[in-house]
Write a protein that binds this ligand. Structure first.
Ligand SMILES: NC(=O)c1ccc[n+]([C@@H]2O[C@H](COP(=O)([O-])OP(=O)(O)OC[C@H]3O[C@@H](n4cnc5c(N)ncnc54)[C@H](O)[C@@H]3O)[C@@H](O)[C@H]2O)c1
Length: 345
């Protein structure tokens, strides 16, 4: 039986991937700091082996007997990386490199890495970027991801096969929901306030992929023949969309449910993300193309939200940066009491 370690397995993509791996009869191990708690994996907790730990303190026991690692743990967006650049570098760059070295030392033959299409950000959006495009990663998050990509490629050899997935912006429903990703944000805003704001008119381009398809790419990555994927980079995306079109899809879908959603143009923020990518390599080399469209995923998201009677859209746990700020505030406030608690005073 194949044993897979999923780092960040209790996260937005990870909690979907864990369920898919289990459904395929694989043995699943999760390593996670549990920033968002256990709830996303609660339903499957007795079917997995859970290590509650930090990827920066790699332990051999996490990797013993493992056939493949799907590495998704770490800070997962620009705002959190910029909030704490040191932790971002330690987690997304250094820990990825150390994880690969540990895999090599312990004979784990395969590792898939959840990198990001944001390494293309900053290039003009006039062509669909392919994996061989020279990039100049901009910002703490993309720089760390790009460093990790490069190190993984250097470490590839006959016995170690790293596969790099430059994931597009993800959308769709997950047991650990994120409402800080563009399509999900529009769905949340449409349900909550009935207004969608198009910054700078929303003409910017963005490659996108459904969360289930993104998770499936990692399974394809661990099952593909090593000679096809060793040290290779693949863009993981369903298509490129303009933000304006995404808002219209969300508004149109809700109108079918007799709900009014207003669209409003507002000035662009100082920094916008605007780039397009190509998915051609993944289809050609791996025969895998993400299939779930934004429209289908919006419909599914609304179904899941309605089924769960979900109304707590404002809870900070659905917004990575707000949750991070709260965790730090709570820890800072608890620190003075630590010695008291420890010494039982
Ligand atoms: N969601 C997207 O749109 C997207 C796009 C491109 C790339 N990615 C990458 O995919 C990966 C997963 O993203 P996600 O959306 O599921 O994010 P997420 O924040 O929902 O999940 C990340 C998980 O990693 C865990 N984690 C964080 N730091 C850790 C550490 N130091 N040690 C152990 N566990 C830690 C968290 O507790 C969380 O469960 C990330 O590496 C992210 O950068 C995400």
């Amino acid at each position: 039986m194949t044993t897979v370690l999923v780092t960040g397995g209790a996260g937005y993509i990870g909690s979907v991937l864990v369920r898919k791996l289990l459904a395929q009869g694989m043995k699943v191990r999760v390593l996670d700091r549990l920033y968002w708690g256990r709830k996303p994996i609660e339903e499957v907790i007795d079917q997995i082996e859970l290590f509650h730990g930090d990827i920066r303190d790699i332990r051999d026991e996490w990797l013993e007997g493992v056939d493949a690692v799907c590495h998704l743990g770490g800070f997962s967006n620009d705002p959190t990386a910029e909030y704490d650049p040191k932790a971002n570098w330690e987690m997304n760059a250094i820990a990825t490199e150390r994880l690969a070295l540990a895999c090599k030392r312990l004979g784990v033959p395969r590792l898939t890495f959840g990198s990001s299409c944001s390494v293309y950000d900053g290039l003009p959006p006039d062509v669909d970027y392919t994996e061989d495009q020279e990039v100049q990663a901009k910002g703490a998050y993309a720089e760390a991801k790009y460093y990790a990509e490069e190190r993984l490629r250097e470490l590839a050899d006959d016995s170690f096969c790293p596969v790099i997935f430059r994931q597009a912006t993800v959308f769709g429903f997950s047991p650990r929901m994120r409402y800080d990703l563009v399509v999900n944000t529009f769905v949340k805003d449409a349900l909550k306030s009935g207004s969608l704001y198009l910054h700078g008119g929303g003409w910017m381009w963005r490659p996108l992929v459904d969360v289930g398809d993104c998770a499936q790419a990692h399974i394809v990555g661990i099952q593909a023949p090593a000679e096809k994927v060793r040290g290779e980079i693949f863009n993981v995306m369903q298509d490129n969309y303009q933000i304006r079109a995404l808002a219209m899809m969300v508004a149109g879908t809700l109108r079918l449910e007799d709900r009014d959603v207003a669209l409003e143009e507002v000035p662009a923020p100082p920094r916008t993300r605007d780039y397009r990518c190509s998915s051609e390599k993944m289809t050609r080399v791996l025969g895998f193309s993400p299939q779930v469209t934004v429209l289908a995923s919006i419909a599914n998201m609304l179904r899941c939200i309605n089924q769960n009677g979900f109304t707590e859209f404002d809870h900070p746990r659905y917004y990575n940066i707000r949750w991070m700020e709260l965790l730090i505030e709570v820890n800072e406030n608890l620190r003075p009491f630590e010695s008291v608690l420890r010494e039982g005073k």
